[in-house]
Design a protein around this ligand. Structure first.
Ligand SMILES: Nc1nc2c(c(=O)[nH]1)N[C@H]1C(S)=C(S)[C@@H](COP(=O)(O)OP(=O)(O)OC[C@H]3O[C@@H](n4cnc5c(=O)[nH]c(N)nc54)[C@H](O)[C@@H]3O)O[C@H]1N2
Ligand SMILES: Nc1nc2c(c(=O)[nH]1)N[C@H]1C(S)=C(S)[C@@H](COP(=O)(O)OP(=O)(O)OC[C@H]3O[C@@H](n4cnc5c(=O)[nH]c(N)nc54)[C@H](O)[C@@H]3O)O[C@H]1N2
Ligand code: SF4
Ligand SMILES: [Mo]
Length: 743
């Protein structure tokens, strides 16, 4: 047995950890997966999910052959027949009912799959529909909209410089478990330890004493959904105590006076009872943050997938700006990526923001970056009329677990004329498909993280060739073939046309490059590679670290990157906002018009009273889980029930709930039964539960996951609750009643 040792970036989350993978290529076997100590970014860190690279392949339930529906059953078939069946059904729908009748659901793992990102772009361009959406709309688009309004571009999302900051304020994120999102900094435990060792401070604002709060200097337990008013109060204090010092960006920042008066009413005393955080603690936090040598506020899903997601995302950056911490070392910075953002990368054009340009047909949710919020796709499917969705394609998505009111999502999918899925499992969602197209394993595909470069705390790149010969086409290849079949064109021609389009775009935006190289020569240069690699070569070479097609002979090319087993570290973030600011007036808009609208809604919300018996349900993540999947891998799924409700002792006592009791949780949308665990880690009035559980649906084929205890969080969430500025779904701060079940 001849084994080989190769390096790989883990494709399972945004951390992009470097792995050492020992394989036996002849037998297509993975012997071991370890952290790569020589990877400059991750330095040996890895989490248990990394083992999925081996275990997912070995899972007998993982689909290996395409499935097509025949009555109630699926039968296996060959890829060509399955693609033909899908293509002709989709073509028929588009011809009969129009472009918008085909919906596209782009799930989270797409963000980690190069082929799907590149060919997904081609699909969206050549088969346009208003009913395309991404998991971003149940995840982070509130931040996308806030960055667009502040800085003019979706691609300008500031990243916390955690390796150099003196004060890290984490709001609604739990990177000790999630490993970070919208920031690629593998190894949070080591990095947070380093922060403390250099005398820095970590403060966490979270309704739950999370694993990150456990290692923090201070934890402020906030009432769910009230971050925006807490942040407004911090802004109030910064002005009242003359702590505002914008520094280097002052001359390009508008709206300071306006902000002063907007924040005026939000004294800490005024917001204390609503947020559940004492006035003195808010005041001290504002002072500590402002006085730290460098400081950065960072927020994630607890601040985005909530009622005031855009306002909260905006205010986080406002605090960074007012304290002089935007675009400086130790603050919130804009990474210089080796390859640019490939999704959510639009900027203001002719004075118009790349969002809100149109609204969804049925409920009027705003578009962002050309995408409709996925949570409203069931409305588009179930509501008759012009533009009704009749067919769906899902890419790595499980909306029947991940989206609000998932019960209705299932009903909607069941009512479709046709559905196809590119997925590795027959699960809660794909069971509604007519055709399921499974890709080859991860190690049979090349890997380059398409989504993460703009969020890396150091400019970094690594390319992974396939470890095993391909036994079936990869995800991207399947999508390209489907795309070509729907259009009735040759896939090679379709891809080349797209590559030529990207080259033309690059040259049009880069006069220096265009003055030296023709599109044809550029094409020839990158065409030495195959498939999506050609697109990446183009982006690397024309990018800030590239060889600029000969002008910088020492610069990076894909070929050079292929020879670097641990990738290449091209240095820390450096100030750059001045050069890339993309608002029409090339200035920072401290108070964008959109936010003023949001503030009116926020003031109305302050007047609303909750039912006295209601509790506010928020999410929780588990280290060995990945949203709604990886639950069929026994080694990751084993262990005690994780799908329990965390409830504070006071709330449990009021409801006569004892530890370990089964409780019923009800919302306006549904009910579930789970075990209650009493803990003071959660704030009174709040309860926590992980999402993505319960895999017992009839027709799914996940034998391990089906035995895993758990209930579906999103049976409770409401599809009619969204952040009006971005359309992001409200997944945190759900009003629920909890009662003990007596059987
Ligand atoms: N192990 C593991 N890692 C993952 C994932 C996974 O499922 N498992 N999923 C990946 C994905 S897709 C993403 S997007 C990231 C998410 O990355 P994170 O956002 O870091 O993930 P969470 O652990 O959900 O942390 C959100 C925190 O917000 C808190 N919270 C909830 N509501 C509020 C609120 O109203 N205000 C405040 N201040 N806090 C609130 C919760 O208590 C929780 O601690 O994680 C990624 N990494
Ligand atoms: N209540 C609540 N709901 C949430 C969240 C929350 O915090 N609370 N978090 C939200 C967030 S941040 C996200 S990102 C979404 C995620 O929601 P989705 O993107 O809808 O789905 P996932 O749960 O990530 O499931 C991924 C799907 O992709 C398939 N898959 C995995 N790997 C591959 C692959 O390599 N190729 C192919 N073809 N298929 C693959 C899996 O089988 C599964 O069907 O959930 C959201 N939903
Ligand atoms: S944190 Fe875990 S899942 Fe994420 S990239 Fe690293 S090893 Fe993979
Ligand atoms: Mo996510």
């Amino acid at each position: 047995m001849a084994t080989q040792t190769l390096t790989r970036l883990c494709p399972f989350c945004e951390a992009c950890c470097g792995l050492i993978v020992e394989v036996d290529p002849a037998n297509r076997q993975v012997m071991s997966i370890k952290g790569d100590k020589d990877n400059p970014l991750s330095q040996g860190f890895l989490c248990p999910k990394s083992q999925g690279l081996k275990l997912l392949d070995e899972d007998p339930d993982r689909l290996r052959k395409p499935l097509v529906r025949r009555g109630r059953d699926f039968i296996e078939t060959d890829l060509d027949s399955a693609l033909d069946e899908a293509a002709s059904a989709i073509r028929a729908i588009r011809e009969k009912h129009g472009n918008d009748a085909l919906g596209l659901y782009i799930g989270n793992p797409v963000a980690h799959n190069l082929g799907l990102v590149i060919y997904g772009g081609i699909f969206a361009l050549t088969l346009p529909s208003r009913n395309m959406g991404t998991a971003g709309s149940i995840d982070h688009i509130a931040k996308v909209v806030s960055s667009t309004e502040l800085f003019g571009s979706e691609a300008l999302i500031p990243v916390p410089d955690i390796d150099r900051t003196d004060f890290l304020l984490v709001i609604g994120a739990n990177p000790m478990v999630s490993n970070g999102s919208l920031v690629t900094a593998p190894g949070w435990p080591r990095r947070l330890e380093a922060l403390r060792r250099r005398g820095g401070k970590l403060v966490v604002i979270d309704p739950r004493r999370s694993e990150t709060a456990e290692v923090a200097d201070q934890h402020l337990a906030i009432r769910p959904g009230t971050d925006a008013i807490l942040l407004l109060s911090i802004v109030h204090i910064l002005f009242a105590e003359e702590l505002v010092a914008i520094g280097a960006l002052e001359d390009i920042t508008d709206g300071v006076a306006e902000l002063t008066s907007l924040a005026e009413p939000f004294s800490p005393e005024m917001v204390a009872s609503r947020t559940g955080v004492e006035a003195q603690a808010i005041r001290q936090l504002a002072r500590d943050f402002a006085k730290a040598k460098s400081a950065v506020a960072y927020g994630r899903i607890g601040t985005t997938a909530q009622k005031f997601g855009t306002l909260t995302s905006w205010l986080i950056d406002v605090v960074n700006i007012l304290t002089g911490n935007l675009d400086r070392a130790g603050g919130a910075m804009f990474p210089l990526p080796v390859t640019p953002a490939l999704i959510y990368n639009q900027t203001y054009a002719d004075g118009t923001a790349p969002n809100n340009r149109w609204r969804s047909r049925v409920k009027g949710l705003p578009e962002v970056s050309g995408f409709t919020p996925v949570a409203t796709l069931p409305d588009e499917i179930l509501t008759p009329g012009d533009g009704q969705v009749r067919g769906m394609l899902t890419l790595c998505g499980n909306p029947v677990r991940s989206n609000p009111n998932s019960t209705r999502y299932a009903e909607a999918l069941a009512s479709l004329d046709f559905m196809a899925s590119i997925d590795i499992y027959l699960n809660e969602t794909t069971r509604f498909a007519n055709v399921i197209l499974p890709p080859s394993g991860h190690l049979e595909q090349v890997h380059y993280p398409p989504f993460s470069p703009p969020y890396m705390v150091r400019s970094y790149a690594k390319w992974d060739d396939a470890a095993f010969a391909e036994e079936a086409p990869g995800d991207g290849d399947i999508l390209l073939q489907l795309n070509a079949k729907i259009l009735g064109v040759d896939p090679v021609a379709l891809e080349e046309q797209a590559l030529q389009g990207m080259i033309a775009q690059s040259l049009a935006a880069d006069s220096e490059l265009a003055s030296r190289i023709t599109a044809a020569a550029c094409f020839e240069a990158v065409a030495v590679h195959h498939g999506p690699a050609r697109f990446i070569d183009l982006l690397i070479r024309s990018g800030p670290f590239g060889d600029r097609f000969g002008a910088k002979p020492d610069g990076l090319t894909l070929a050079r990157l292929q020879g670097l087993p641990h990738g290449i570290d091209l240095g820390p973030m450096a100030p750059r906002l001045r050069d890339v600011l993309a608002t029409p007036e090339r200035r920072i808009r401290l108070v964008p018009t959109l936010m003023q609208r949001g503030l009116v809604e926020l003031r109305d919300e302050l007047k609303r009273e909750d039912s006295p018996s209601a509790l506010l349900l928020i999410g929780r993540r588990h280290l060995r889980s990945n949203n709604s999947w990886m639950h069929n891998v026994a080694a990751l799924a084993k262990g005690p029930d994780r799908s329990f409700l965390e409830i504070h002792p006071d709330d449990a006592r009021d409801r006569q709930i004892i530890d370990g009791a089964t409780v019923r949780i009800t919302s306006g949308k549904g009910e579930i039964h789970v075990t209650a665990r009493i803990t003071d880690a959660v704030k009174p009035g709040a309860v926590t539960l992980p999402h993505g559980h319960d895999h017992r649906d009839k027709g799914a084929r996940m034998s391990v996951a089906a035995r895993m205890p758990g209930a579906n969080f999103n049976a409770l969430t409401d599809e009619n609750e969204w952040d009006s500025l971005s359309g992001i779904a409200v997944l945190n701060g759900i009003s629920v009643e909890v009662v003990a079940l007596r059987d």
